[in-house]
Write a protein that binds this ligand. Structure first.
Ligand code: SF4
Length: 345
């Protein structure tokens, strides 16, 4: 490289050069198009790294044209937005979706649940190729959400809002934090029952982790609840603090229970889509995603990821294009399309 670029979070995001994706060995990747359109988030959840003391990230959006041309240039059928929250500015997300729609690709992104405030925005996402969202629900207990300072719909609203995504053929990967101060030992079973009941396609669990430099750490330290400073285990898979209404062992076992049950065959099957035509794609995704952990390193080492995934991605994209055509024929009043076909990515 002839010149050196130094990116900072202060200068306009649009001035950052695109990554040299052409240097990557495509055979080892599911997709080489991982891309950010925005930076920062309108929330400041107490457990998120964005609430770290002194961290000031100015909210920025890249120009829609710039994002669209970068995605088009990489030539992949599927891409993933790695933004903290692609839905912080609904007007920007709508414009971005309109820009992406002609590309006829499929994609996924992390968004907050409030993008379902207006189902027409979810419709725009689906029409632009969105097949899956990662959503931080965090907890089914409103007091936990309030304590975490997250601006989010009430838990009683969650199921209806998951339905808004499903009505538009968008799969939901819910993210949940375990061990909040209002969690009790029965919260784990209740949570997985709920996930099963709303037929959420996938879920990710995290043990609440108070990182240094965040309000949560200060609070727990003041209360004498920090167990140790072995930073290796501050990874959201280990309990590093004393929970309020359960033992350390109960929280650790609850975390294991949530994963074991959610990705057990019975629970995977009971969460299958109601439309039988969507079931094969759902099962392919469910079994390739969390139940094939040993397969992935093998595929990556042998540079076979692209070979294994490309046909599935292409089939998903073609199926989604058919779905989009049907969705585009409906009025934009939030009415669901009958029998949505999930893309399976
Ligand atoms: S909504 Fe997500 S990205 Fe935004 S502050 Fe909360 S945890 Fe962080």
């Amino acid at each position: 490289m002839s010149s050196r670029k130094i990116a900072t979070i202060r200068r306009p995001y649009r001035d950052d050069p695109p990554p040299r994706r052409d240097l990557l060995d495509r055979r080892a990747f599911l997709t080489t198009t991982s891309i950010n359109a925005t930076r920062d988030c309108h929330n400041r959840c107490g457990f998120c790294y964005l609430s770290t003391d002194g961290l000031r990230i100015p909210y920025q959006c890249r120009d829609v044209d710039q994002v669209v041309s970068e995605v088009a240039a990489d030539g992949q059928p599927y891409f993933v937005f790695t933004d903290n929250n692609l839905g912080s500015r609904p007007d920007y997300l709508r414009a971005l979706c309109r820009g992406l729609r002609p590309l006829k690709k499929i994609w996924s992104a992390a968004v907050t649940l409030d993008v379902t405030d207006n189902p027409s925005l979810v419709r725009e996402m689906a029409l632009a190729g969105c097949t899956g969202v990662f959503v931080g629900f965090e907890s089914l207990t409103d007091e936990n959400i309030t304590a975490a300072r997250k601006k989010s719909p009430r838990a009683a609203e969650y199921a209806r809002r998951v339905g808004v995504f499903h009505d538009h053929g968008v799969q939901v990967n819910g993210s949940f934090v375990l061990g909040f101060d209002h969690d009790r030992p029965d919260c784990f079973e209740r949570l997985v029952d709920w996930i099963e009941g709303v037929r959420m396609e996938s879920a990710t669990y995290h043990v609440l982790t108070p990182y240094p430099g965040k309000p949560l750490f200060r609070q727990m330290e003041a209360e004498g609840r920090i167990l140790h400073r072995d930073w290796e285990r501050y990874n959201t898979a280990h309990v590093v603090f004393r929970p309020k209404h359960m033992t350390v062992e109960q929280l650790a076992a609850g975390y294991e229970y949530c994963y074991d049950r959610t990705f057990g065959h019975r629970c995977v099957w009971s969460r299958r889509p109601r439309d039988w035509r969507a079931v094969p794609a759902y099962l392919a995704m469910a079994y390739l995603y969390k139940k094939s952990n040993r397969l992935w390193p093998w595929l990556i080492r042998r540079r076979l990821t692209h070979w294994a995934w490309r046909p599935l991605l292409e089939a998903s994209r073609l199926r989604h294009l058919r779905f989009r055509r049907r969705l585009g024929c409906t009025v934009a009043d939030g009415s669901p399309v009958r029998a949505p076909v999930y893309a399976g990515v």
